[in-house]
Design a protein around this ligand. Structure first.
Ligand code: FA5
Length: 342
């Protein structure tokens, strides 16, 4: 019996030495130390031995069981360790490598200029009012004193949608009526920034989508002097006191009187270039005193209230500020251009 036990021990040890992974180890345990394992059976066999053989056999078999349990535990630890070592090796990280540079995003030059403009007007007490991009004919034209078939509608080449009367706004001016209707009868002092859309020839200075910042002030006793003062102050704050601007009489159906404001062309120093159409001046905005019809459409009595409005193109302003030669760069998605504005 004892000789058999010694053989069994050797067999178990040899089998354990051959075990390479946790699954095989579990199989080994079942075969030798499990409920029906060979060592367990050998322990059970104690009862069937003659009484005088039992102490020696019992001591031996228990010793064998203890040793194998310990060997099993050691093998298990070794297998876990080597699996970990393998995983670490496969997943090795070279901590001495320099990290990969994460490039920070930056604001688009149009967004930047838009924000700079809004900040200047915020300083003067203008709040930002957001208005819709998709408008209807009534707000884009009708309520701005351009009934159907009014010839001035031709000033804004329009993108129409397949739904009758629904268009992409050609300017931010429809927001004037939305704002007035919301604030009436309180005074209004807002700027309305956002994208506009025109079915136009794309050139160095004209895009089919571009931002505008509309401004609107309505109250009692507002005059053309307030308009001029506000816009001159704006231009000086944004471009510096040395910049020249000029007011040129113009026509808009929704303002009376109306004007356009030009700034001396920074790109050519006023000598003339293709951006300023060789005039030395670049138009930056349209403006005027809010037409009585528009005031009334906004809910205000024009006998009591008056107001001024203006609409400017931030991309044209950015062109002046940064010396950009062509408006097409703005939406060309060329990183060589965009990365220049940190
Ligand atoms: C208007 O759109 C009027 N709504 C402005 C206005 C508002 C007048 C309130 C009176 C009172 P105009 O079409 O001129 O006007 O456009 C205003 C500004 O938008 C221009 O001075 C120019 O800076 C910019 N702009 C116009 N068309 C384009 C274009 N195709 N691409 C880039 N910028 C443009």
């Amino acid at each position: 019996m004892l000789a058999q036990l010694v053989e069994l021990e050797k067999e178990a040890q040899a089998a354990l030495d051959a075990v390479a992974d946790e699954r095989a180890l579990a199989g080994w345990y079942g075969a030798f130390l499990g409920r029906k394992g060979k060592i367990t059976e050998a322990v059970k066999a104690l009862g069937s031995l003659p009484r005088e053989d039992r102490p020696a056999y019992g001591q031996r078999v228990n010793e064998a069981k203890r040793l194998l349990e310990a060997a099993h535990e050691a093998r298990r630890a070794a297998i876990v360790q080597s699996a970990q070592d393998e995983a670490l090796l496969a997943d090795r990280v070279d901590v001495t490598l320099p990290g990969r540079l994460v490039l920070p995003g930056r604001l688009h030059p149009a967004t930047r200029t838009l924000r700079e403009i809004c900040a200047v007007f915020a300083d003067m007490g203008f709040q930002v009012y957001r208005s819709r991009h998709v408008e209807n004919d009534e707000f884009n034209f009708g309520l701005l004193n351009m009934p159907p078939h009014h010839p001035a509608r031709d000033m804004w080449s329009t993108f129409y949608t397949t739904r009758p009367g629904v268009i992409l706004r050609t300017h931010t001016s429809p927001g004037q009526v939305h704002a007035m209707r919301e604030y009436c009868p309180e005074p209004v002092r807002v700027v309305l920034p956002g994208m506009c859309y025109r079915y136009e020839q794309i050139t160095a200075r004209s895009e089919i989508m571009f931002n505008q910042v509309e401004g609107l002030a309505v109250g009692v006793g507002i005059t053309m002097t307030d308009l001029k003062g506000t816009l001159v102050d704006f231009a000086r704050r944004l471009f510096g006191v040395e910049r020249k601007i000029r007011f040129r009489a113009s026509y808009f159906p929704f303002t009376e009187p109306s004007a356009e404001v030009d700034m001396d062309c920074i790109l050519c120093g006023g000598r003339g270039c293709r951006v300023c159409k060789n005039s030395g001046w670049l138009e930056i905005l349209g403006c005027g005193m809010v037409h009585p019809v528009v005031l009334r459409n906004g809910g205000y009595d024009p006998a009591v209230f008056s107001g001024f409005a203006f609409g400017m193109g931030p991309e044209r302003i950015a062109m002046l500020k940064y010396g950009i030669q062509d408006i097409r760069y703005f939406w060309g998605n060329d990183l060589r251009f965009l990365e220049q504005f940190g």
